[in-house]
Structures are given as structure tokens and as C-alpha cells.
Write a protein that binds this ligand. Structure first.
Ligand code: ATP
Ligand code: MG
Length: 471
């Protein structure tokens, strides 16, 4: 039976309309066709993955569904009714919620205050703190989140901040939840907990749009998948009908080697020596486990010329979002780009141009925040590698970066090592640590509990040490 004949003769057996139906969405930004005639259908109770390279147009499409952008062409229907949002507030009141790639929480406020912000429960004309706290506590319980209502956001690790964002949507009774790269900031354990939450939500009839680069995660958690490349749909279908390599090539338009390994480095002189940890020039030392934040802070605080640093949270400490890309790329190079105390615009442009070309930073936007998330990451990494400091401390270098760009970034890190620099690599991706590291140190509870050479680095053993079962 065709769709139109169904519409003419409604019956009890007729399936309900899709929860989300985007048709022919086109969106242009100056110089970029971000979405080109994109259609996407998602049933209620479905987890639908949206994949694509950095800059493919995923966030743009989801922002249109969320009312942040208006499409130049195309229509949106929710549960069979056409809608046209001119603001996120309208989307939210229609049951659409979105967690963005970069969080939007108030660090000085508590979990409860963040969750209820803009929708405070009122009793007799006053904000009822008790009612707010109770509502938030019961949602935390119901969805088995690892949060407490009274914790300040500033005191939460990035992984738990994301749970607060999800809690915000649940508090607003969203029935369509958009998560833009939700696992980029999570540890493997937090990711599986999130997947449990998403499955429960889908089983309860909610619709989940899951934006991700990670092939394994898409294969594991989604029912259906849509792949974008350069703003166009290049593949769609039941997730079970795809393999990882098939998704990777739909994303990139070429075959991608997912399990590349690199030759070992040749260690030279010491570039970092602190209790429990020595890093030599010409080697990559990978840090697995948890509790690295203090380690990194102690290494990077106050030593700017000897240490280049790519931080975990690029939006917080890595960049100035509203400043031009070229200005962001000039940070730390002021002396080299100045003449008689004045920065030379031509030198800034030339310097930026080199980094953009070498690291394949894509996007024509004038300011940093108009770049797609992955391209911001490539830009910051490019800037820090270009410093040429003896030691590079790099946290989550490929977070939010697509498979094609991961290849590029890994090759750049290896090249940096081979040029005689030391690299301290902190990553939640064990596969990334295994692929790149000459030595691997495992932290547990803020201490080093195990060390592995490249030759005897066994994922099972490392996993055991990460879980606290030290040798
Ligand atoms: N506000 C904006 N102004 C100008 N260009 C923009 C704006 N927002 C997005 N773009 C451009 O539109 C294209 C699609 O970007 P989008 O953020 O949707 O990509 P994405 O698939 O989410 O990428 P990523 O995986 O890196 O997050 C990119 O070329 C980006 O630079
Ligand atoms: Mg994006």
C-alpha cells in the first residue's frame, strides 16, 4: 500500500505518522551549502543516528529541527503535523529538546538551578526551591543518573555535565531528544550508561536523534542511520544493514583504514620528569584511566614556552569563540608575528593560512564559533603543534573529529614525535592510545598503577588496571 492510499483510507491498522519528518531541507550560509535537499524520517521510539564528516551539516540540520536556524527550503512535520519554528522556545514547547555539542550550563549554579532555569516551579507567586529540588531529585532517580541536585556545575567532570543537559530535556518533558555528539565527552563506562538511558527513553516512546562520528557506537545503539556528506544524504537505512567500513566510506567518499598502526618512536633526551612519569623527546606516552586532570594541570600550569597544550574542553580554555579564526590561531605566536611591538595583519593571515592548509581546517566562517565542532578542534590542535614546544600535552585530540580527520591528526602527532618532540597523550579512547603510544601509563584514583611498553600493551590488561585491578 502506498503512503497516499493510506492517507485516503484511514483505518485502525494505519501506522501513526513519523515522529520527525524532515523533507527537502536546504540551508545556505555565506559561501557554504550546509544542507542540500535533506530528508529524514524518524519513528517514535526509535534511536536514529545522524553521521557525517566534520562540516557535513549535521549540527545545522539538527539546529533547524530545534528552531535555531530557519531552512531556506523544505518542511518539518512532527507526528504528522507541519511545524515552523522561529525559536528554540517554540521547539521546546512542542516537545523538541537538544543537547548541543558544546554545553550551555552556568558553572556557578547547582544542578537543580541549571535544570529548572527558565522553567522554575512557582508556588503562590514565589519560586519553590523545595518543589524544584524534589522534581529534579526524582528525575535523577528515575533515570538512574549519577548526579546530586545540589552539586555546583563547576565541580562536575565534563561527563556528568552532560547528564545535566539531558536532565534539562527530561525536565521539559521533551518527546524528541536531539543529542549532538553526546559521547564525545564521555568515558566508555559513561557511554554505556548513556546508551542504557537512551534505550530506556526510546522504549518509553521517546524519539532520539543521536549525532555521532563513532562507527562502533552508531552500530551498537541506533536502529536506523542517515549519513551526510557535504550537506547531502549519502546513505540511509536500518543500522543492521551496514558495516563499519560501509558507513565510513559513505561519510568520507573513500575507503578509510580504521585500524592503522604506526612505527615506534626513538626516544632521546628527557623533556618531562615528575614523580612517577618521565617523557622523552621522540616518544608518545599515553595516559589511560582516570584522574588525569590534576596531572595535566600540574604539568601545564605556568610553563608556556616548554609545553604546548591542547585542552580537553576547547570551548572553555582552548579558544575565543567570537574572535576571528586567524586571531585564535595567532595566540601564543604574538612575538613571532609582531614587528616593533605591533602585530602585523599580513603575518597573522599568512600564519593562519599555513595551519588551515596543513590541518585541513574547513569552513569559510569569519569567527571561530561558525566552524563546525571538529574543525575547531583541528584548528586548535594545529595551532599547538605549530608552537614546536619540546613537550606537547594533548587531551582527547580526536574528540568530535570524523574518521578521515582522525587519520590526519594521528599522522600529525606521529610526525611531531618523529621531529624530536615529546608527546603526552591523554585519551578516553583506548584504541587511540594503543595506536599511537610508545609507552602507556595507567592511572587509577589519581595515581599511576601500571606501565606497559608498546610490545606488551594488551587491551585486556590495560582495562583491568584502569578498573583498579593494578598489577
Ligand atoms: N552560523 C554559521 N555561519 C556560517 N557558516 C556556518 C554556520 N554554522 C555552520 N556553518 C558551516 O556550515 C557547514 C556545516 O556545519 P555543521 O556545524 O552543521 O557541521 P557538522 O556536520 O555538525 O560538523 P562537526 O562534526 O564538525 O560538528 C560547515 O561548513 C560550517 O562551517
Ligand atoms: Mg556538529
Amino acid at each position: 500500500m502506498t503512503r497516499s492510499s493510506r492517507a485516503r483510507s484511514p483505518s485502525m491498522t494505519q501506522p501513526s505518522p513519523d515522529a520527525v519528518e524532515l523533507r527537502g531541507i536546504t540551508k545556505r550560509f555565506p559561501g557554504v551549502l550546509a544542507n542540500s535537499d535533506v530528508s529524514l524520517s524518524v519513528r517514535a521510539g526509535e534511536i536514529h543516528a545522524l553521521m557525517g564528516e566534520n562540516g557535513a551539516g549535521k549540527s545545522t540540520l539538527m539546529s533547524i529541527l530545534y528552531g535555531l536556524h530557519q531552512p531556506d527550503a523544505g518542511t518539518i512535520a512532527l507526528h504528522g503535523r507541519e511545524v515552523s519554528f522561529t525559536s528554540p522556545a517554540q521547539a521546546i514547547s512542542t516537545g523538541v529538546g537538544m543537547v548541543h555539542q558544546d554545553f550551555a550550563l552556568f558553572p556557578q549554579l547547582t544542578v537543580t538551578e541549571n535544570v529548572i532555569f527558565g522553567r522554575e516551579p512557582i508556588r503562590r507567586g514565589f519560586l519553590s526551591r523545595k518543589a524544584a529540588r524534589a522534581a529534579v531529585a526524582s528525575l535523577i532517580d528515575k533515570h538512574e543518573l549519577r548526579l546530586r541536585p545540589d552539586t555546583r556545575i563547576a565541580d562536575l567532570p565534563v561527563g556528568l555535565r552532560q547528564q545535566v543537559e539531558i536532565l534539562k530535556l527530561l525536565y521539559r518533558e521533551a518527546s524528541i531528544l536531539i543529542l549532538d555528539e553526546p559521547t564525545a565527552v564521555l568515558t566508555p563506562a559513561e557511554t554505556s550508561r548513556l546508551f542504557g538511558v537512551l534505550r530506556d527513553l526510546a522504549a518509553a516512546g521517546k524519539t532520539v536523534l543521536f549525532v555521532s562520528h563513532k562507527l562502533q557506537e552508531v552500530l551498537e545503539v541506533s536502529d536506523n542511520v542517515t549519513v551526510l556528506r557535504d550537506g547531502e544524504v549519502t546513505a540511509r537505512g536500518a543500522t543492521s544493514s551496514f558495516t563499519g567500513p560501509a558507513l565510513a566510506s559513505a561519510m568520507t567518499g573513500r575507503a578509510v583504514d580504521l585500524d592503522r598502526t604506526y612505527p615506534a618512536g626513538s626516544p632521546g633526551k628527557v623533556v618531562l620528569e615528575i614523580p612517577g612519569l618521565t617523557v622523552y623527546a621522540g616518544e608518545i606516552v599515553g595516559i589511560a584511566g582516570n584522574g588525569q586532570a590534576e596531572l595535566v594541570e600540574s604539568i601545564t600550569t605556568g610553563v608556556h614556552d616548554e609545553v604546548a597544550h591542547v585542552p580537553e574542553s576547547r570551548s572553555e580554555v582552548g579558544s575565543a569563540p567570537h574572535a576571528p579564526l586567524a586571531a585564535n590561531l595567532a595566540v601564543g605566536f604574538q612575538r613571532r608575528l609582531a614587528n616593533k611591538g605591533f602585530l602585523r595583519p599580513s603575518a597573522i593571515r599568512e600564519h593562519a593560512g599555513k595551519i588551515i592548509a596543513r590541518f585541513d581546517v574547513r569552513g569559510t566562517g569569519s569567527t571561530m564559533d561558525t566552524l563546525s565542532g571538529g574543525n575547531q578542534q583541528k584548528a586548535i590542535l594545529g595551532r599547538e603543534l605549530t608552537h614546536g614546544a619540546p613537550l606537547l600535552v594533548v587531551e582527547q585530540p580526536t574528540r568530535g573529529v570524523d574518521v578521515g580527520a582522525i587519520e590526519n591528526i594521528h599522522a600529525q602527532l606521529i610526525a611531531y614525535r618523529d621531529a624530536g618532540h615529546g608527546v603526552l597523550l591523554v585519551s578516553a579512547e583506548l584504541s587511540e592510545i594503543l595506536a599511537l603510544s610508545d609507552r602507556i601509563l595507567v592511572m587509577y584514583g589519581g595515581r599511576f598503577v601500571a606501565e606497559f611498553d608498546r610490545e606488551n600493551a594488551d587491551p585486556g590488561q590495560i582495562g583491568l588496571a584502569m578498573a583498579g585491578g593494578a598489577r
